[in-house]
Ligand binder design. Sequence first.
Ligand code: GSH
Length: 226
Amino acid sequence: MLELFELRGADSEILFSPYCWRVRLALAHKGLPFKGNPLRFTDKEPLACSGQGLVPVIRDGEKVVNDSVAIFQYLDATYPEKTLLGDSLAANRARLLEKLIFTAVRMPLLKILVPRVFVAIDNADKDYFRSSREKALGMSLEAFADRQAGLDAFVSAVAPLEAWLQTQEYLDGEQPAGTDYLVAGLFFWAWCLGEQPWTPGSAVDAWFQRILKQYEAQFGAVKRAA
Ligand SMILES: N[C@@H](CCC(=O)N[C@@H](CS)C(=O)NCC(=O)O)C(=O)O
């Protein structure tokens, strides 16, 4: 069976990586059965087969693929039914969208979520998480975290999505597909860590709830941190 290496917290059922959520949602969309293999940040050995150290990684028989967008493309090429990204032009646009939201949506969320991630992760991961993230951010986690600035920037970043979702149910049209999951992965990250930085009752909220409900109908309730 297809295997998904993903990220877990101290509680192995709290899955909080935005990129791994993208892949869970994509596998659910394709209706592909899979076995989740949740790893701590510092469990690198099982990822050796992928030649790098980040999750998500999928193993599908002999084939090993890492990187959420590359996994979407692999799934479309191998299991063409229920397209995620589409042909090369559409796939290229999805990659562009991914780059845009990486900065616009991920960074505000990180400002909100960093303290929650630090609490949720296993004790064995805390030193690694702090030192690797502080090096990348160029400052301490405490200096970076800023809930109010994160919330304000997040609301501005999702305003175009809010307008878009006033006119159609999903980012990809009448049915959800790849761009919905690329963005929703970030929302699941917040959700699993016990946050909901978007406005209850908004079009974005209704969109997220539709995707969540569809996933939970297949896989059961998503566990959230307290
Ligand atoms: N571009 C990659 C990003 C993957 C990534 O950054 N994964 C994080 C988890 S959210 C990770 O594995 N971190 C492990 C580490 O920092 O050692 C994707 O889209 O899959």
